[in-house]
Design a protein around this ligand. Sequence first.
Ligand SMILES: Cc1ncc(COP(=O)(O)O)c(C=O)c1O
Length: 410
Amino acid sequence: MESLHGCGPAPAASFEEIKARAEKTLCRTYSRYPVGVRAARGSRIWDFDGREYIDLLAGIAVTGVGHAHPQVNAAMLRQMEKLTHVSNLFYQEEQVLLAEKLLASNHCSKVFFCNSGAEANEAAIKLARRFQRKVRGEDRYEIITLSSCFHGRTLGALAATGQARLQDGFAPFPPGFLQVEAENMEALRAAVSPACAAIMLEVVQGEGGVRPLSRDYVRAVEDLCQERGLLFIIDEVQAGMGRSGHWWAFQHYGVKPHIFTSAKALANGLPMGAMLCTEETAQGFDYGSHATTFGGNALCSAAALAVLEVMEKERLPERAARLGLWAKHRFEGIAAALPGSIREVRGLGLFLGIELAAPGKDLWEALLRKGFILNLTQERVLRLLPALNIAEEDLEAFALALEESLAERK
Ligand SMILES: Cc1ncc(COP(=O)(O)O)c(C=O)c1O
């Protein structure tokens, strides 16, 4: 059983004081949960007062092997003693070992390491444009994305995301982005112009409410890319790294994108992203075309390598598939027992969304009071992104609390 023992002393200041000081010093971007985190291990979080929570959010799909995994911690400590950062001007063994292991999990042959999901998507967009121009000799630059998508907050990634709510006040955006309705092949076909370079999508839309796209649609998009000379880009920032039940969520669909991106769970909490591509697509970059100071430094690479080793050794993608299916059925059982409370349970593996019949802020608050940390997206979708090694009993405890809270709400 997880225990607070050994997690260090209580914070010097109270939660209320830290909250007030945070409001004073930190930019107003996040509307934070009313919890100050003191320590975290596995799938447990402890607040400033030592209260224990079951973590079903894992730092928004980041700590895939759980908080403070001993093997990942040991790898980081070893690496810190040896080499943290020298820049990408040098060859580093850690980066190569990671690249080889990461590439072995899919069909791609080259990788560019960076620091976040948005940066990985920026690299994907830049590579697609440069490939079309420099390798194919065609002036294609337009990137088509789908309604309700989310690709990040930098100007390029936000232009790709295309949501008015998130773009408010930030115009002008870089041109060359176009959005079409998801699951509508006719609209997509009509949107492809001679200037189109690529189509980019998440096979499971995360921020958009945990919405897996249909197999027919994703395969038809791949066919369209083939037919029209477009690059197919898949954003695996949230769905990837074993969470869906395969290493990469697109592997459920039987497609092979030219480019895909990863971040979040890659280094279990150290900031890291990756853009992976096929050998041919990689020809779009030359020495000096793209760069990052920190991306893939020895410390982050050693951590990510340890994450992949843990996932492989503990067979976490398979576990996510099995446990995710069990949880989905369990939540569907609650929906059936309490008609009118849950509209739909969606997801792949341990990437689960419970769409409520009504807005769910009160329910989310009740679950937090009962000691469960999860996210509410799109006002009515409870989003679960737990560590892939979370105990089945933790998910069962959540199911009981959900059942109870829904019944209390009636
Ligand atoms: C699918 C997807 N792409 C990109 C991003 C952006 O990642 P980051 O916040 O690391 O820039 C996110 C973040 O939630 C995401 O879910």
